[in-house]
Design a binder for this molecule. Sequence first.
Ligand code: CU
Length: 313
Amino acid sequence: MPACDETSAKRPPLNWRGAGWITGAAMALYVAFRFLPTGTNLHHLDFRVDGNGGLEMCDPSRPQFIPVVAARSPVLVKLERSGKPEANTLTLTLSTAGGKPIGPEDLLAVHTRKLHLLAVDETLTDYQHLHPEPGERAGEWRFTHFPAHGGVYRVFADFTPAATGRGLYAFSDYIAPGAASGPVSAQIETTPVLTARRGDWEFTIVPGGAGGGIRAGQPTTLGFAVRAMKGGDPVPLELVMDAYAHLVAFDVGRTGFAHLHPRSEDQGKVPDPRRPELNFDLMIPQPGRYVIWAQVQLAGEPVFVPFWFEVKP
Ligand SMILES: [Cu+2]
């Protein structure tokens, strides 16, 4: 077309040398950025599990029970008690299956911390949430644990590699010296409302499933509330690790856990000081006996309370 010919006639001749310089500079920039340290030296392939049985990385929009023990984790955890037998200092060594150490630069802070440890005894009556500090050698993390009694403690690690940006889990057992606790005597609540008391406070969980119970494989809401036993007193509920409550569910066989946080609509707002209430989503695939440990902070004091329940088939 003539109009077209006219414009092309007015276009200046292509400067090949200039174009070459620009392309070269862009390529050099790309290469420079590619080799810039990003913090972590690990690649998402370091966290890949070949074949079946790999640990499904959790989908935060659909929280559920993670079968940590049965799944093949792409990371290795080693737990060692350091020093004297009565010492409560433990060293946890975290590495990829390929043997690369996993240090603080390789993990993202989630809920204000890079590494969360959930330590629980055989009877599920002593639960502690611990945060190790990086140790001297790469991949080493140190923490103190004061077990309530002796026996085999299972320590679940909950963390998010920077290379994948997705939650990952692993576990290790260690034997705490001293007499083990007796058999579990905790009673299962028969009412639809689960209740626990500590000091001046009463805690309740109301499962919102059909019929009020919790059924295997069915999504349930959990309404968690705190009130003062002396009627009407305000509840000094404070944020702990960026949430007003953390619920962690374990099965009696300690095959895994579910770590729950309030629904996003409850996450940001300050709860009612007279009767704080938070809603959680839960889905547990297998029936059986479970405990939910709730962790809150009341006027600066950390408080942990257990709720025993049965997941019906
Ligand atoms: Cu939490």
